[in-house]
Design a protein around this ligand. Sequence first.
Ligand SMILES: Cc1cc2nc3c(=O)[nH]c(=O)nc-3n(C[C@H](O)[C@H](O)[C@H](O)COP(=O)(O)OP(=O)(O)OC[C@H]3O[C@@H](n4cnc5c(N)ncnc54)[C@H](O)[C@@H]3O)c2cc1C
Length: 351
Amino acid sequence: MEKILVVLFTQEDGSLGRTAFEATGAALGLAKELDGASVTIGIAGTSIQEAANALAGSGAEKILGAEAAELAQPRYATDAAAAEALAKAAGATIIVAPGTSRWNRIAAGVAHRLGGRADTHATSLAVHEGAPTITRWYYRQRMVAKLSRTNRPWVVSLDPGAVPAWSGEPSQATVEKVALSMPETAARTEVIGVEAPEAGAQTIRPEAETLLVTGAGWTKKQADGQIHLKEAEAAIMDFLRQTKASLGSSKSLVDQEGEGQAVLPFLTHMNQIGQTGSTPRHAKGLATCCHGEEPHVVGWRFITERRAVNLDANCGWAQGKADVLYVADAFEVMKKLNDLLAEKAPATPES
Ligand SMILES: Cc1cc2nc3c(=O)[nH]c(=O)nc-3n(C[C@H](O)[C@H](O)[C@H](O)COP(=O)(O)OP(=O)(O)OC[C@H]3O[C@@H](n4cnc5c(N)ncnc54)[C@H](O)[C@@H]3O)c2cc1C
């Protein structure tokens, strides 16, 4: 009989992030498929009642809470101690966690303390041939494997955006408190601030429905023999402002700064999508002025609906890599698109 425990850390304001609801949904789904399995939710933070209330209607057998002032900041020693205490109190055989940086940092350590095993970056959790099984991608998202383990406890962290989030109305939850004992030295590491790259903070939005990808074509000579950087910048930023889409880029475009070529100032390597970039998850993607070569498109693995705008009818996107290819000038398409968006809902200044 599996005892499934979801371990969640509250956010700064005491609420839970989307990934917490995803992990809860995955744990509940797994329990449904396993005879006699139960789900317990364990929440750690400085004050956890609000988070517990949010999950009160989930159908979990019980909610455990570990509260301590030291949990206000993500930190290996205190986070691992809280997760360990919750796992021991629940007698957990499977520990499901959101694959946030906070959890992935402690997953292996917590498993080791409990004498178990850990797998991070799982993209699903289900029963296969009678056993709890995860899926995980390898080799830059080119190969997918199904993995199952007999070792217990088994710590599994799920990649953000990979599974549907549980949703339900909040209500008053009963929380069973779990005592934490941490040595004084546990809190000696202190977070003194967060430095986010300016461009990344503004343009990379993992929660966005749409991904806009920009390619090197935006900075190349156009039909009139000129480069139109200002127009490119305006069209891209206008689209992002109006749609709140996330901004991705090809490698060629973000590499240009180092090569002394014309650049779009808001792009950094953080925006790069592909084999040596990121593999984001968005419902829709629109590639503009990007050729659609394999090392780039491999980063689109989890984009559900793919469209591209390219002058070249034989570009990579036309080779079965996009659902729709518009053979057109992206400068014109984006201008028209921005005009239509503005007609539909007038843009607010700087949002
Ligand atoms: C080991 C390795 C790893 C790599 N990893 C990555 C990676 O992670 N991510 C990545 O992106 N690349 C990666 N690459 C590079 C990749 O192979 C391509 O070189 C790169 O993606 C090309 O970028 P691009 O499409 O923006 O530029 P280009 O190939 O220069 O294409 C520009 C496109 O813009 C179009 N265009 C120009 N003007 C317009 C216009 N007005 N309207 C519409 N279209 C227009 C052109 O037709 C052209 O198709 C990798 C390569 C290697 C060897």
